[in-house]
Design a protein around this ligand. Structure first.
Ligand SMILES: CC(C)(COP(=O)(O)OP(=O)(O)OC[C@H]1O[C@@H](n2cnc3c(N)ncnc32)[C@H](O)[C@@H]1OP(=O)(O)O)[C@@H](O)C(=O)NCCC(=O)NCCS
Length: 167
């Protein structure tokens, strides 16, 4: 998996006086923290195994999982990464559009620009894949997040999302 690290100075620099948010593709060592963050942010559902979702995305060439770390947020690990995982986003290009999933920021550091940095980095990754448009789904039970997406330029696409399990 190619690393596309980006320094998100705008969001991260606003984030706190002492830290800059670094966004990069996750490493294998991040998997437990990533799934834990999805649980902590209420993004998991009993009928989806988040560890499988994560493994599938990492194993797919046209999808990725990016993580945000606070630059001063911990020791450098054996794998060279630094800082605890403070946020995540999954991005995938389906050959027509780019999609975002599992956007999550640690509740302890929400409101510091990390979510914005993750979305901006995911958009750049998708553009690099050839996607001309990015979309995402918001659960109807999660409308409080709509203001966040509005501030990033996302608007209601006036579509109803239908789905059916294949397995
Ligand atoms: C949504 C989420 C990722 C936002 O992350 P965050 O790091 O707190 O957001 P940011 O600090 O980057 O906010 C970016 C902008 O959105 C605004 N914003 C954030 N949350 C908002 C909300 N609920 N309503 C309105 N505006 C909001 C911020 O004020 C900021 O505006 P600014 O750039 O003009 O200052 C985070 O709240 C979260 O993890 N929520 C739980 C999981 C979730 O619902 N994920 C989305 C699934 S679709």
């Amino acid at each position: 998996m190619t690393t596309t690290a980006s320094r998100s100075d705008d969001g991260g620099a606003q984030a706190s006086d002492t830290s800059v948010t670094l966004v990069a593709e996750m490493t294998d060592a991040d998997a437990t923290a990533v799934v834990g963050l999805w649980h902590a942010c209420g993004l998991t559902r009993p009928w989806n195994d988040p560890a499988t979702d994560l493994a599938n995305a990492v194993a797919t060439a046209t999808s990725t999982v990016l993580v945000a770390r606070l630059a001063d947020g911990g020791e450098t690990g054996d794998d060279g990464t630094r800082g605890q995982v403070a946020g995540t986003v999954m991005a995938g290009y389906d050959g027509h559009r780019g999609w975002l999933y599992y956007l999550a920021v640690d509740p302890a550091v929400q409101g510091r620009g990390i979510g914005r940095s993750l979305v901006v980095a995911a958009e750049a990754w998708l553009a690099g894949q050839g996607a001309g448009k990015v979309q995402l789904m918001v659960r109807t039970s999660n409308t409080s997040v709509l203001g966040f997406y509005d501030s990033l330029g996302y608007s209601d696409q006036e579509c109803v999302v239908l789905g059916r399990r294949l397995e």
